[in-house]
Design a protein around this ligand. Sequence first.
Ligand code: DON
Length: 569
Amino acid sequence: MLSRKSRVASFVSTFITILFLVQLCGCAGIELSRYYKRGIVVTGAPVATQVGVEIFAAGGNAFDVAVAVGFALAVVHPEAGNIGGGGFAMVRDGHGGLVEALDFRETAPAGASEQMYLEDDDQVRPDASTTGALAAGVPGTVAGLYELWQRHGSLPWEQLVTPAAQLAETGFLVDDYLAASLEKHRESLAGFEATAQMLLTGGDAPSAGDSLVLSDLASTLYAIAAEGPDGFYKGTVADKIVSCMQEHGGLISHDDLKDYKSVWRTPIAFQFDSLTVYSMPPPSSGGICIGQILSLLQPYDFATLSPMSVEYIHLFAEAARLSFADRSEHLGDPDFYDVPKGLLAPPYLEHRADLIDKDQATPSQQISPGAPISGESEQTTHYSVCDSAGNTVAITYTLNAAYGCKLVVEGAGFLLNNEMDDFSIKPGYPNLYGLIGGEANKIEPGKRMLSSMSPTLVFKDGQPFMVLGSPGGSKIITVVAQAIVNFTRFHLSLAETVAQARFHHQWLPDILYLEEGRFDINTIQGLIARGHNVKEQEPFSDLQAVYIAEDGLMTGTSDPRGRGSVGGL
Ligand code: DON
């Protein structure tokens, strides 16, 4: 569908880009990018960024900052920041340079089953996998942040959790962004008493400038500060989670909580030009899909292309179409499903590349998942942290949808995820992001649901060069891949890279999504002429990126589409 706005989109696009850059630079003339020497932190919420800067100032390393920011976001960015959800971290240890992936994705409760969201007649029960207690997987965030701290942290654990507990206890100012977000979701949040009590006042969303005090969350965070993961997975908080499940028809049990474990995994690593990219392995699809898309683009000469050219958008969309087809068939939790090892193998990708017609879109019905060789081989949030010792952390974590399943654990003050919807709840049935799947991603007790989250580190000459990631569901994959191309192939500045107009294709539905008002009419018509089904959509994702220069100085950009910020020392 082509909106009428497209006719003036060329003008609008330029205007919006200028606005974005003005926002990035500040309003009073041009301010040069800030470069930091000791450490940098880029998050989706300014108060959380400030917590990170204070931990650097207290002598913390990038891992300490990442832990403290993770808890702070759970307070000041409640739509996505969480202790009731899960996520992934891509980390590089400055000592020795080892890069590892930490998986703290939620798991299906032991009582989960393949049929759990289906009626007797096999129809999907509306909303059951997205709203309320049954939608929640066993949370992984507290275990994950603790594991990160145990292996890499330098300051005492309590010191890292306390700032978040204090923010919840004394209250923080609701900004325009949070006020608007709570108003947008007011009705669904009001559906659960404990949620309404925590986030609404007399049924109304707070206004910008109000102070939000979250006393129950403060108590939970103080318990975590004092006892570590036991303060969450055992004892009174665990009792409250289980009571909440019993009252609202959920499945998470004491044993599920006690048994939850985060897992260190080997990252997906691949070459793009002279760069080495590390991104998240299964149970995220991020690393493999970004690797496939960039590898399929690798042979093309970009000298005559630009980030807005029809030729480039077409090629990228065709690569993404092929990759998302593979995602639907081959990817799932590797502890339960034998993910083929050959999905990034050059001979396999050469065969897939043959399916790209560089002039014409191939309808998705004509594209199937490939047969790789086996045996070898609104609302998430992302933040990026680095320090001068070469410690580097990219974390993406989430409740899945904004405010997760909308259910607050009574007396414990935190929202639960609705991550069970990321499983294929019925073969071919689309999830919240329109993604479909089958056997590889079916529900099984204890299994992790397939993700698109892609915390990513890019290395140049063996040194960290870019740290990036984003929310956006399935769009995370294309947003991160486009940012790498914009920065490294099109040589945009970091600010331009992040502000650049985005597009997305995920095989099914067979639609090429364009950010509304950002692409001019000639581009849109050019894409339609190539056979793409174009649809404009409101701006998407919230990229948080860092660039580390050769001399070690660090700069960052928080997506102008969001309200985040960059801080450092
Ligand atoms: O793991 C995933 O892929 C999704 N649960 C991520 C959700 C997300 O990014 C929502 N943000 N807009």
